[in-house]
Unconditional design. Sequence first.
Length: 273
Amino acid sequence: MKRLLFSILLFSSLCSADILDAQVKYMKENVFHSGEHAVYNVYFNWGWIWIHAGNVEFRVKEENVGGKDCYYLFVSGYTRKAFDKMYTIRDTFSSHVDTKYILPVDYREAKHEDSYYCDKRYNYFRHSDSTKVFMDFVRNTKHWKDTMTVDHQAYDLITTCYKFRNIDASTIGKNDIVGFHMLFDSEVYKLGLKFCGKETIKLRNGKKYKALKFVPKLITGDLFKHEDDMVIYVSDDNNHVPLLINAKIKVGSIKAMLDDVKNTKFPMTSLVK
C-alpha cells in the first residue's frame, strides 16, 4: 500500500484488458511545454485521520538527445519528514520523448523506499512496423536485462501521463473508454480510462476548477474492492493539467491534489474566479 502513495498519481494501477478503445484524436499542438512545473500534495486517509504524506513534482524542459529535439519529463516523489519516520520514499521517474509525436526515446525509474531499491532503464529503437525496447533492471542486489518488441504506441509510465493530457476531449463522449498500452517491467498492459463528463471541483487550497472526469477500470483484488475506486480530474482547458486523483483502497483512501502549477503553455481558464 505504501508504494502506491506516489505511483497512484502516475496511473500505475493496472487496469482490466477487457475494454474497447474510443475513437479519440489528439491535439495538433502539444498542451505542455518546456518550463512547466506542477506540485502535488499526497494525502493518506485512515478512518477520520488525514495525513499529508508527501509531495510529487512534475517538470518539463527541452533537451537534445542524439541530435533529436526532445522533452525531458521528470517526476520526483518524496515523503515529508514527519512521514519519513513511518516510511521513507525518494522516487524519481524520467523520460525523453520527441517533441513532435511524444514517442519515448528512453526512460528511467529509480525508487528508494526504505530498504527497497530499484532502477529500471528502457531504450527505444524504432523500426518501420515496431519498436524494440532494451531494458536494464536492478532490484536490490539482483541485476538482469531483457529485450522486447512492442507496438509503436506502447509507452512507459511517464510518457503515458503526458500523452493522456494531449487527448482532444471534444472527440470523446460520456462513458467512452480511452485505451492506452503501457510498458511495465517486461510486459505490456492495457489501460482503460472512462470519460464521465464534466464537474466543478474545489481543492484544499481553496481554488475551484472546471474539470474533466475520468475513471480507470481497475483490477480488483488485494488493493481495490471495486473497478471504479479511482477518479481522475484534469483541468477543462487547453492544458489538461491533472488536478485531483481520488483512490479508495481497502485500508482507507488516497488523494493526490494539485498544490501549484507554473508556466503552463496556455492560460488556466478552468480556474473559477
